[in-house]
Write a protein that binds this ligand. Structure first.
Ligand code: ADP
Ligand code: CIR
Length: 344
């Protein structure tokens, strides 16, 4: 493989950190699961508009290709290679009373974590047979959930197109054919082995074998962030008894995208701020101050509709789960304050 053709206008972290020297150092390396530099960078090479542009095929990728991954992790999370990760899922430490009890601004709240099975390759490197085994293990563990978390597993294979479309539109299911995931090898053998589990109210959901083997999700209408967190923690702690998740002392939970390492947590609200939306500079200044990311209404790489944005924590590694949610909460309080002033 030759040094890829990366245009000057490319602003991804891949384009920033894949120097010819780093490329030469890593181009012949291969992990025990057979993952290579060429595979790790393919998404960012094929999608020049990527923000990041790299994926890991397994836990070893983060070590073997560290001259590329380390500076990307440092820039995204502000986390260096001598730092270590810490977890805190104690909801008593979270100060997040509903910032919008009249539901004027916050449409809905969602918190998800990514998880992958220990000793399995990650999605970009997994073989079809192993993916199917992972699906069986995960759906088996989900079948034992009780009470509010009790639900059913719906494989994507055999799901009618109209049901799938409605689940995506209602923000419950991952979309199909994402080009960033496609070039990362994450859509191989689609839709086999993929599926969604949810309880009757769709307040607790699990995506199986999309970007990560599990995306564990708690969500509900309105802004009761603490209730959403409490439900998520209860689910994660129960599932942890049935499944072994890939975890490293240094990087926390191991995920296929380096932006998700650590807590693997994205806590978000859909928030209606039509006035702030007219002053994106001000909006961005608030989200930067609180380490938040602005996404569109249908998730990453989508647009806003009707002044509604998806606001979530940007950092996930080197901070605890409580801190990740607190980042989002504190920022949302500031966003609502700014929107109120502008509306006057
Ligand atoms: P991820 O959350 O895994 O990073 P996406 O950004 O693609 O992935 O979002 C997945 C889905 O979750 C999308 O349909 C998105 O609109 C939906 N979503 C995210 N946050 C919220 C929220 N607070 N309320 C309702 N739906 C949400
Ligand atoms: C990009 O580089 O823009 C995509 N590969 C997405 C990166 C971050 N998103 C994510 O973790 N889901």
């Amino acid at each position: 493989m030759n040094y890829p053709d990366l245009p000057k206008e490319c602003t991804s972290l891949l384009c920033k950190y894949l120097t010819p020297e780093v490329f030469e150092m890593l181009k012949e390396k291969k992990t025990a699961f057979g993952f290579t530099l060429e595979k790790a960078i393919n998404s960012g090479v094929e999608n020049i508009d990527s923000g990041i542009g790299v994926y890991a095929g397994d836990e070893e990728s983060y070590e073997l290709f560290s001259p590329l991954f380390d500076p990307i992790i440092q820039e995204y999370h502000g986390f260096s290679k001598v730092d270590s990760h810490k977890s805190n899922l104690d909801s008593n430490d979270l100060h997040a009373s509903d910032p919008d009890p009249e539901e004027k601004y916050i449409v809905s709240t969602r918190i998800r974590v990514g998880r992958n099975l220990k000793d399995f390759p990650l999605g970009p490197a997994i073989a079809q047979q192993s993916r199917l085994i992972a699906e069986k293990m995960i759906s088996g563990a989900l079948a034992s959930l009780k009470g509010e978390l009790k639900g059913e597993y719906y494989p994507l294979l055999g799901m009618s197109e109209s049901v799938q479309k409605q689940l995506i539109e209602d923000h419950f299911l991952f979309k199909e054919g994402d080009r960033f995931l496609e070039s990362a090898g994450l859509n191989r053998n689609w839709p086999e082995g993929r599926g969604i589990y949810h309880n009757e109210d769709k307040t607790f959901l699990v995506w199986v074998n999309e970007e990560d083997q599990l995306r564990i999700i708690s969500m509900q209408p309105g802004g009761d962030i603490k209730a959403v967190f409490v439900r998520l923690v209860s689910a994660v702690q129960t599932l942890e008894k049935a499944l072994h998740f890939a975890y490293s002392e240094h990087l926390g939970y191991i995920t296929s995208c380096p932006t998700n390492l650590g807590t693997a947590m994205r806590a978000s609200v859909h928030i209606k701020v039509p006035n702030l939306a007219k002053d994106m500079e001000k909006f961005k200044a608030i989200t930067d101050k609180y380490h938040l990311q602005i996404r569109g209404i249908h998730g990453e790489h989508s647009e806003s509709e009707g002044g509604v944005y998806d606001i979530s924590n940007r950092r996930r590694l080197g901070i605890t789960e409580v801190q990740a949610v607190q980042d989002m909460y504190d920022g949302v309080v500031a966003i609502i304050e700014a929107e109120k002033i502008l509306a006057k």
